[in-house]
Design a protein around this ligand. Sequence first.
Ligand SMILES: [Zn+2]
Length: 96
Amino acid sequence: MPTYEYRCPDCADFDLVFEMKTVPDSVSCPSCPGTARRRMSAPRISSAGSAAFRLIDSTKRSAHEPTVVNSPGPGQRSGAAQKYTSNPLHKKLPRP
Ligand SMILES: [Zn+2]
């Protein structure tokens, strides 16, 4: 359901969620006994900007253009003696 903005003349703006067919032009203010009128703005239907949308967006973007890093991430050791596997059975494999 879309989010609509309301403005109380004595308080700050606030947002309320209504169905499109039931959105009232004015509501009672939640923080004072006054009446808040609906602000003329586009109803926010899209989920753009939400945490879920940002996660999906960054996942899609990294599929085509991986993020460039300047250092290994935490938990990754740097240096020449990097261990590739921790499986003890791999020690029995022939070495090049
Ligand atoms: Zn108010």
